[in-house]
Design a protein around this ligand. Structure first.
Ligand code: SF4
Length: 230
């Protein structure tokens, strides 16, 4: 696995679990609001996976989960072998994905190598390519959504409420698209630097009240629904 980031402890990134986080290098999307630019473009020092295995082995009594994020983890050809090894040590695994690779997602689910999937829903269908910053095969995105809804042991969908590019009506569109899903989170846009699109670095996050107001309107579409990062 090409790894470019490692956080030894997180209380927030794996729901209800103490976890470590790793970032895989490379992504097939170019979301203008992405703040993991160095990871996406591989401008980071690689971390040998043995370092991660050793740490997980040492901390297995304290930690419960490993979050694999990126970049896009499902682009890594040896993700399956890696997750198998982490499972053998005794961890639960959460994977963050953009949903562009349903075949890899299905393989992980079928082999019980993932316990929680968090998929980014970038935009309503007609704006998807704009928010992903590249050509997107929407059929694959739809396939991943259905697969995750039907077969993932646990999951959530989430959208970054990007100012300038998304409005309340877009979030409502997404909610209708995903309706009956178990969990959906609306994330506040983070004004970090550098972002993939320098133009987005000047964007001002929407006020919390606007996120709250939007949340109230989409709540009926989901079993569980909330805000993040506000
Ligand atoms: S936000 Fe977009 S570009 Fe950044 S890692 Fe996720 S999918 Fe890739």
């Amino acid at each position: 696995m090409k790894l470019g980031g490692f956080q030894k402890l997180s209380l927030l990134d794996y729901p209800d679990k103490l976890s470590a986080i790793i970032w895989t290098i490379g992504c097939d999307f170019r979301c203008p609001f992405c703040y993991n630019k160095e990871i996406v473009f591989g401008k980071v020092d690689a971390i040998p996976q043995e370092v991660i295995f050793e740490y997980l082995e040492k901390r297995k009594k304290l930690l419960e989960g490993l979050v694999i994020t990126g970049g896009e983890p499902t682009l890594q050809p040896d993700l399956k072998e890696f997750t198998k090894h982490v499972k053998q040590i005794g961890y639960q695994i959460k994977i963050d994905t953009n949903g562009s690779n349903p075949t890899q997602i299905k393989d992980l689910i079928d082999n019980r190598l993932v316990d929680y999937i968090s998929m980014d829903i970038k935009a309503p269908k007609e704006k998807y390519e704009k928010l992903a910053g590249c050509k997107v095969d929407l059929k694959k995105i739809e396939k991943s959504i259905e697969l995750i809804k039907q077969e993932a042991p646990d999951y959530e969908f989430r959208t970054t409420f990007t100012p300038k590019l998304l409005e309340k009506k877009d979030i409502l569109e997404i909610a209708k698209w995903l309706k009956t899903s178990k969990k959906y989170y609306l994330q506040q846009f983070e004004q970090k630097h550098p972002l993939i699109s320098p133009a987005m670095e000047e964007a001002i996050p929407y006020p919390t009240e606007y996120l709250q107001e939007t949340l109230e309107e989409i709540k009926p579409y989901f079993k569980e629904c909330g805000l993040r990062g506000t």
